[in-house]
Ligand binder design. Sequence first.
Ligand code: IFM
Length: 444
Amino acid sequence: MQRSDFPKDFRWGCSTSSYQIEGGIHEGGRSESIWDRFANTPGCVKEGHTGEVACDHYHRWPEDFDIAKQLGVNAYRFSIAWPRIFDYSKSSSPNVAGLDFYDRLVDGMLARGLEPWATLYHWDLPQHLQDQGGWANRTTVEAFVNYTDAITRRLGDRIQHWITHNEPWCTAFLGNKEGCHAPGLKDFKVALQVSHHLLLSHGLAIPVIRQNSPNAKVGAALSLHPLSPASASAEDLAATLRHDGLRNRWFLDPLYGRGYPQDIVKVLGNLAPTVLEGDLKAIAEPTDFLGVNYYFPEIVAHAPGQGVMQLTVVEPEHVERTGFNWQVAPDGLVRLLSRVVKDYAPAHIFITENGSTYDDVVLADGSIHDSQRTSFLQRHLAAVLETVKSDLPVRGYFAWSLLDNFEWAEGYLKRFGLTHVDFQTQKRRLKASGEWYRDFLQGK
Ligand code: IFM
């Protein structure tokens, strides 16, 4: 497999997100985010780690963009920290220092030939909004649209690729049902209302982006999973359909104009979200691409007594796994993309995240031989190539992640980077996987 096997205009990138890399949480007028609050709450994040310093990207971004340039990627996906743009406790106007920071960042990308792909929401909600109910409160939708307006007015001349939300499933369910992500709530009904408001904010933000950013291409990045039943029994098949209903269709169906899947609405009963007239039409605002974040497939079994959904995810034995215990299944990506194209026919698909964590070892000479991550990357790129050859509209691949970073509830214990970060010294070292990606991109 060579780069030249892919189309010439294929986007090759790597992804990051604000809270995971920036640090500088007290600088430039930034306000508190829900992740600052959550990480500082004892017992929420492993070892009490926080994003206070993270990769110190707030100060070291020129070095990080130089690394991305050396990799040879032509696109760079990052997210904007909403709390840098608004400090609602002080003002309803945008914070100029925050806008200036991203202005410099975008110019820094462009100067290095990195096409900026901006995500507007990658989980760091201003705490001030959470104090008023967060995404469960419909006024947050309006606040998101205003924030989108402020950002796209300032950066819309230079950024042409906009992602509204990253993995709304995680925002809604990990943050509000499982409680393992900020804001740490455990309320299924709230989580479902959150999911609706996230989707609504996506749809309502699109016309604003298009108005402020001529030629903008807009989409959302969903975490999607190919699913299979644990057995051929009718119960397991039905459970798999239900799981698909909340994992995948709950977001894809309304985005592609079908409204919420009625089989799931029925299962949810009075937990289903309040949807006002016009909401579904707003959510279905046409997009230019679908961002797919792919990590692993799931196997599903019927499980009476397991909550409303009555199902469980089964972990098969003797399968290859990453350091997160996630199954390694490149063929799952082919299966997933084929299904998405068959059922929803998005104009273009970009793999906006794909990557793996392993326990990396830094050798005495400073090298990191992360052969498992290299193999993961190679096999997933081979899967992407298969989809391209089958004429699926897959137009780009963004590796997660440029740098080791703050892996949410896992703190700094899980490393996904192509670049190793020593969090004591902030020294960056390209791992063997990064060298492989670089050589591949340079046609070596
Ligand atoms: O680190 C996360 C990222 O923020 C969202 N997608 C999955 C990654 C790995 O867990």
